[in-house]
Design a protein around this ligand. Structure first.
Ligand code: NAG
Ligand code: NAG
Ligand code: NAG
Ligand code: NAG
Ligand code: NAG
Ligand code: NAG
Ligand code: NAG
Ligand code: NAG
Ligand code: NAG
Ligand code: NAG
Length: 315
């Protein structure tokens, strides 16, 4: 015989879970009601008479609470203004990419305290990246590339010590790259390409020893290439083309044993091609592009060691 108090607690628990869940379902339906495309066949399963956890397109639950929302390419035309940030505290994975979301990212995104994965790429999102994103300490992946974002990259991102991928390319971000990015030691991929960033490359990037790709191409970055980039021993792809980098290419770049693609084209680089490139990047370097710079001197004979090179552009 189960004691009455236990029966009561079980009922209370079930009621609370059901109620909380209904609240999540209703909140998502409210957001859906703001979409411009109401004849959206993919989201037709989102109805009050169905069970969101079991029947809704793109929704997954954990313990009866919405934990994953993946509606990539679902033809959504809308904004994030009515997204139920405060009602979905158990969301870990959000993929709203390849839709037509416009407007800004509300600061309430910080309410998604369990968020690990945030993907908003290929939408029409404008405005600045809210600094409140820096409080989402569990984030491992931020993809907001291919939008209309502007303003500065918030230094608060440096709080995200588990962040592995930060992809902000193809926006209109400006100002300089925050030095604090150097605190993101879990980063494996940093892509800030095709924006309007200026200033110089922070030497703190030399701390990101797990970085395997670094894309800073297509900005207005000036100054020297920091020799400390030679400390990025995991680096496989380094794209710095189409900036206004000057000075000579540091010998240390040739210490990057995993380097496969080095593209420094269309800058104001001078001096010689470091001979170290030929000696230390053997068996990996396949793409080497120094074109459209102000280089001098001769081509180092060591480049002959690059046995897997298939593109070499120097003029
Ligand atoms: C609305 O959604 C449907 C089905 O998902 C899609 O075929 C259609 O192109 C969308 N309409 C617009 C204007 O995007
Ligand atoms: C996005 O939706 C707006 C309407 O809100 C429309 O004017 C625009 O053409 C759409 N853009 C794309 C790329 O579908
Ligand atoms: C939600 O986010 C807003 C903006 O950052 C903040 O003011 C508010 O306190 C947050 N609410 C909760 C419940 O965390
Ligand atoms: C970053 O972390 C510090 C210390 O943990 C905290 O005081 C600060 O509010 C955080 N910044 C943001 C934007 O969350
Ligand atoms: C970062 O990841 C580690 C290992 O997965 C985990 O133990 C830690 O709690 C995470 N830190 C934050 C702030 O989420
Ligand atoms: C970089 O751009 C910002 C904003 O556009 C501007 O205020 C600043 O003066 C620029 N800095 C440099 C070094 O050009
Ligand atoms: C980079 O590492 C150096 C040496 O370990 C340290 O002094 C510096 O504060 C770090 N900078 C950042 C931005 O992490
Ligand atoms: C760097 O990568 C190694 C090997 O994958 C991993 O063990 C380590 O935890 C990573 N460091 C950080 C700070 O993420
Ligand atoms: C960079 O690497 C060199 C040589 O491996 C090392 O002496 C130096 O401390 C490293 N610098 C930083 C900031 O980690
Ligand atoms: C590039 O930098 C040089 C100085 O190093 C400067 O004279 C030149 O005007 C800059 N070019 C552009 C397009 O910003």
């Amino acid at each position: 015989m189960v004691p009455k108090i236990v029966q009561f607690l079980i009922l209370l628990y079930l009621f609370t879970v059901t109620f909380a869940f209904n609240e999540e379902e209703i909140a998502l339906l409210k957001w859906k009601a703001t979409f411009k495309n109401q004849t959206n066949s993919l989201l037709a399963s989102w109805t009050q008479s169905s069970n969101a956890c079991m029947d809704w397109y793109g929704v997954m639950c954990l313990n009866g609470r919405v934990s994953k929302l993946d509606i990539q390419g679902a033809h959504v035309i809308g904004t994030l203004y009515d997204f139920p940030f405060s009602t979905l505290p158990f969301l870990e994975y959000v993929d709203l990419s390849v839709n037509n979301l416009s407007g800004t990212i509300p600061p309430e995104i910080s309410n998604l305290t369990n968020l690990v994965y945030l993907d908003l790429h290929t939408n029409m999102i404008s405005g600045t990246i809210p600094f409140q994103i820096g409080s989402l300490a569990n984030l491992q992946n931020i993809n907001i590339y291919d939008n209309l974002l502007n303003g500065f990259i918030p230094a608060s991102l440096s709080n995200l010590t588990n962040l592995s991928i930060l992809s902000l390319y193809q926006n209109n971000l400006y100002g300089s790259i925050p030095t604090e990015i150097g605190y993101l030691r879990s980063l494996t991929s940093l892509d800030l390409g095709t924006n309007s960033l200026n200033g110089s490359i922070p030497i703190s990037l030399g701390n990101l020893t797990n970085l395997s790709s670094l894309f800073l191409n297509g900005n207005h970055i000036s100054g020297f290439i920091p020799a400390l980039l030679g400390n990025l021993t995991s680096l496989s792809i380094l794209y710095l083309q189409e900036n206004n980098l000057s000075g000579s290419t540091p010998e240390e770049i040739g210490y990057l044993r995993s380097l496969s693609q080095l593209v420094l084209a269309k800058n104001s680089l001078s001096g010689v091609i470091p001979a170290s490139l030929g000696n230390l990047a053997k068996n990996s370097l396949s793409y080497l592009d120094f074109s459209t710079n102000f280089l001098s001197g001769s081509i180092p004979t060591s480049l002959g060691n690059l046995n897997v090179l298939y593109l070499l552009s120097l003029c």
